[in-house]
Write a protein that binds this ligand. Structure first.
Ligand code: HEC
Length: 299
């Protein structure tokens, strides 16, 4: 009964839904592949995720007992469903489809979304997983690592991003890395670079970055555009030697006597001379009075 009402309602919005269905999946999203090789483990994880999040609409896989919605959710084991590429499925899981297929971008992590796909694919005997393309996207995985170094021979600062997939280290290409220099108040962005096929990015540093008293600067590299940001830092003598300005190096009223401002010294000296002169003047006047006194008493 509930489904009947629901279906009638949905027929009404079928027209608008048609548009959503014809909305095409971008080519790069279509071609996207899982960042890991599907395994029994990923399949089992996907199974649990499927039972909790998908079964209510898509039913038990292979039994065609999906909820009677319009458009039909399809049995994931059906050929029409399986003809989607892995990238298509990932895109639909992340963005939803039509009005009924929800987006799982906030409920399932990327890895979990790939796990479900791994589970769904296990019902397709003809499926072979496309080669795992380890692109920049994979920098989002938790096993990705970044190192930052300085090549003394070529005088170049480099960063390398790798991912250890099933024990072997693989370079991650197309990772955008932003470079910052530590300043007293926060990090100053300097430049950015993208990793090559070898997972390495080289940075062009301006040669006028102020360093400390021996030219050291603290460089910070950070991957951008991924949910799992990688950061790495390195201190190198790549900056301009900067003598720190000490507070006592300049003439200032708070400084030691020797470094007091000229005007203060003059003011002070004139004060002292003023007082001294007044004292001397008074003493001279007193002597004068005494002399006059002596003269008057003598006569
Ligand atoms: C609220 C019901 C509902 C839930 C929950 C649901 N789906 Fe769907 N799903 C649908 C409907 C309805 C369609 C058909 C949408 C269309 O064709 O416009 C669909 C379509 C799809 C498609 C595209 C199939 C095709 O070729 O048209 C995929 C892939 C998919 N769902 C995967 C999943 C996965 C995986 C889950 C669980 C993580 C899930 N769905 C949860 C309702 C649901």
């Amino acid at each position: 009964m509930r489904f009947k009402i629901l279906s009638t309602l949905l027929v009404a919005i079928f027209a608008s839904n048609l548009f959503a269905q014809t909305a095409t999946i971008p080519a790069d999203a279509k071609a996207r592949t899982a960042p890991f090789v599907f395994s029994t483990e990923s399949k089992e994880k996907g199974d649990k995720i499927y039972q909790a999040n998908c079964k209510s609409c898509h039913g038990d896989i292979g039994k065609a007992n999906y909820a009677k919605l319009v458009p039909i959710p399809k049995d994931p084991a059906s050929p029409e469903y399986q003809k989607n590429s892995d990238g298509d499925m990932f895109y639909i899981l992340s963005n939803g489809k039509g009005v009924l297929m929800p987006t799982f971008v906030n409920t399932l992590t990327e890895e979990q979304r790939w796990d479900v796909i791994s589970y769904i694919r296990s019902f397709n005997k003809d499926y072979t997983q496309p080669p795992v393309k380890v692109a920049g996207e994979a920098a989002k995985t938790e096993t990705a690592k970044m190192v930052l170094g300085y090549d003394l021979n070529n005088k170049k600062l480099w960063a390398m991003v790798t991912d250890s997939i099933s024990g072997t280290k693989k370079p991650l290409s197309d990772v955008t890395i932003k470079l910052f220099v530590r300043r007293t108040f926060g990090n100053l962005p300097i430049t950015q670079a993208v990793t090559s096929n070898l997972g390495v990015a080289y940075f062009d540093l301006p040669n006028d970055i102020p360093g400390d008293s021996i030219g050291n600067i603290l460089l910070i590299a950070r991957t951008i555009g991924s949910s799992n940001e990688l950061t790495c830092s390195l201190t190198e003598k790549l900056g301009v030697v900067t003598k720190p300005k000490l507070l006592l190096d300049q003439r200032a009223w708070w400084s030691i006597n020797k470094m007091a401002p000229i005007w203060l010294i003059l003011l002070y000296l004139s004060g002292i001379t003023g007082i001294g002169a007044t004292v001397i003047y008074i003493l001279l006047q007193l002597r004068k009075i005494k002399k006059i006194n002596q003269i008057t008493t003598e006569t």
